[in-house]
Design a protein around this ligand. Structure first.
Ligand SMILES: [Zn+2]
Length: 216
């Protein structure tokens, strides 16, 4: 898989610092599953954050602090690793990325001719605006602009807009400068995972139709 579109430095920094919203963080996690380049970039940012914290340390630490901390940690009985059981998910006709296995994923719902969506709910962050979108070949998605960021990871098929073409593995970040109208490629249907940060204004007739369904 050749990936051409990646999350921005700012997004990866926010993920490393834990300040990226739960929805965008989920979309970026799905990107990281298939992008070794971004996993490497993220580990760099994490190391940088650790070094900064180290420098910001206000008081010198007691010489034996490390030894005492290890002693205390060793005294705590180990807890068996507990991974939450995978959620029950409807058959969507696709393999879900690993990062989605612990989310509630709804069934495909009709949005318009050749256009379906499925609501993704993140445990602990029910307010996150995340969804799977499925469009048939050649579908013109509703034109829309943003007052926040839109994160979209292509899972299958392809999409194109005024800025380029997006294939499986690609992540597109569209900010409020972008007023775009994506079109699904002709080779197959396209499935994307999308998260919104802030508001998305949907234009046009289909946009107005979408609003009450999607709720944002
Ligand atoms: Zn990447």
């Amino acid at each position: 898989m050749t990936i051409h579109h990646h999350p921005s430095d700012e997004t990866l920094l926010r993920l490393a610092a834990g300040t990226l919203g739960a929805g965008p963080a989920l979309v970026v996690s799905v990107h990281l599953e298939s992008c070794a380049h971004c996993r490497w970039r993220l580990s760099g940012f994490e190391a940088m954050g650790g070094a900064l914290l180290e420098e910001m340390r206000p008081v010198p630490l007691a010489a034996d602090l490390f030894g005492r901390t290890i002693e205390r940690l060793e005294a705590i009985p180990p807890e068996p690793a507990r991974e939450p059981p995978p959620r029950k998910q409807p058959a969507l006709g696709m393999d879900l990325p690993r990062a989605l296995r612990h989310c509630d994923v709804g069934p495909w719902r009709w949005l318009g001719p050749g256009f379906h969506w499925s609501k993704v709910t993140i445990a602990g962050s029910p307010e996150a605006k995340v969804m799977l979108l499925k469009g048939r070949t050649g579908l013109h998605l509703p034109a829309h602009g943003h007052t926040g960021l839109e994160f979209m990871q292509v899972l299958s098929g392809s999409l194109a807009d005024e800025r380029g073409r997006y294939f499986p593995g690609d992540l597109d970040e569209a900010d409020d400068e972008v007023d775009h109208r994506p079109v699904v490629g002709e080779e197959s249907e396209c499935i994307c995972l999308a998260a919104l940060e802030g508001d998305t204004r949907l234009h046009g007739l289909l946009g107005r139709l979408l609003r009450p369904f999607v709720g944002f």
